[in-house]
Write a protein that binds this ligand. Structure first.
Ligand code: HEM
Length: 397
């Protein structure tokens, strides 16, 4: 009933939603102040891309997958997406969602982004067909997948520099989803907290590695070539992308046994700056032909960065990783359950992600200490303009 009331109200307000105004919150600064306070920072909601694809990743993220309720057809999927779009348009601008009973929690967006993805089940329900890659990935020998972290019909990615903001936004989205779907899984992750590092520095994962150095950067020509779905994609996805989320457990107790030389060889980069072992700075290319005094390659033939390197910019992926760190499973002797929420954007999963994951499955030193335990694939529709809604080209009649 709440969702229906929201949908009714939506019609009346669709034109007046939060807007791209920076600093929509009275009294809150639009940019970090001299002390670095950034609670008022807003990321535009409307635009050709959904925010998480191109915005600076917030310090905290929740990835949530839902399963569609039985009998929810295309029209109701569209009503749901209108509701979610309205929530996202408001909350990301620091404004309460409709019927928000904790409106004060909305007033600190702290760079909030809300991004929506569609699993194969959603697209089938809407269209009766799906892109061939929109299904579970093929099995890899390294996988130890658990259903608790895998698959799903709809994905919400909520990021911000303030965890209370993420919690509130997610609760609003889930309340407005009750009539349409049930929660399947939720995975929370973090990067460096806002203000702890100069902005723009590459994050570190919990192995202590600089992680993300070789990523194409939004705005660079190679980014769009790798990420944005073009004419070969179904019309409803053009301008959008796809997202693979792998939950990868990291064996910190095993990693503890490895010395620094071994750790650096496992990736092919130094631990202090993340620079290639062949020299230069973090962002310099790896010299994969360089040989050491012993005649062997400086970057091992099974080093992670070599095995993961893809020469053709159009076939690369863009990584979007978050650390997770949770209590150990009951009965486990490990000190923690630690890993990486390994997210990847790419225009086409089968052309880009699958061959790369296959290469790493065949040989990669990091496999000794890492185990994929969750896996899910989603289509990420393009962003929308004011008055439109996410998924409109898929769901619109
Ligand atoms: C817990 C698991 C993983 C860890 C700890 C990890 C860590 C790293 C590190 C430290 C680097 C070097 C710095 C950088 O360029 O970011 C790197 C590079 C890379 N990784 Fe991973 N990674 C993991 C899993 C994966 C997976 C599953 C894939 C893809 C299926 C992947 C794809 C890549 C790519 C494409 C690069 C850049 C290679 C290049 O230099 O061109 N990684 N990773």
């Amino acid at each position: 009933a709440g969702a229906a009331a929201g949908a009714g109200a939506l019609v009346g307000v669709a034109g007046g939603v939060g807007a791209e105004r920076a600093g929509a919150i009275p009294g809150a600064p639009a940019r970090p102040d001299d002390a670095g306070v950034n609670g008022g920072r807003v990321v535009p909601f409307y635009g050709p891309r959904q925010a998480a694809v191109t915005a600076r990743p917030g310090a905290f993220a929740s990835f949530v997958a839902l399963d569609l309720a039985r009998g929810v057809g295309r029209e109701r999927l569209a009503a749901w997406m209108k509701l979610i779009t309205d929530d996202a348009a408001r909350l990301t601008q620091g404004l309460p969602a409709l019927a928000d009973v904790e409106p004060e929690l909305a007033a600190t967006p702290a760079g909030l982004t809300i991004t929506v993805g569609f699993g194969g089940g959603f697209v089938e329900r809407a269209r009766g067909e799906r892109p061939t890659w929109l299904r579970p990935l093929p099995a890899f020998s390294i996988d130890r997948l658990e259903e608790a972290w895998s698959d799903g019909d709809v994905l919400f990615i909520v990021t911000a520099d303030e965890p209370g903001t993420v919690a509130h936004a997610l609760r609003m989205l889930l309340k407005d989803s009750r009539a349409f779907a049930t929660l399947r899984w939720r995975q929370d992750g973090f990067r460096r907290a806002y203000g702890s590092d100069p902005s723009g520095r590459t994050m570190r994962n919990l192995f202590g590695q600089v992680d993300g150095s070789a990523n194409p950067r939004p705005g660079a020509p190679d980014f769009d070539a790798a990420v944005i779905a073009g004419d070969e994609a179904p019309a409803w996805l053009r301008g959008g992308t796809s997202f693979v989320l792998r939950r990868i457990a990291m064996d910190l107790d095993g990693w503890d046994q490895v010395d620094r030389v071994g750790r650096e060889n496992a990736v092919g980069r130094t631990l202090d700056t993340g620079a290639p072992l062949t020299g230069g700075n973090e962002r310099d290319p790896l010299d994969l032909d360089a040989k050491g005094a012993n005649g062997l390659p400086v970057i091992s033939s099974v080093a992670h960065a070599r095995r993961a390197h893809v020469a053709d910019p159009a076939l690369r992926i863009v990584r979007f990783g978050y650390n997770y760190e949770e209590p150990p499973a009951p009965g486990s002797t490990a000190l923690s359950s630690t890993g990486l929420l390994f997210g990847a954007w790419q225009a086409d999963v089968d052309r880009q992600f699958v061959p790369l994951q296959r290469a790493l499955d065949e040989a990669d030193l990091l496999n000794v200490w890492t185990t994929p335990i969750g896996s899910a694939v989603f289509a990420i529709p393009p962003g929308c303009a004011r008055g439109g809604y996410l998924g409109e080209a898929l769901l619109g009649v």
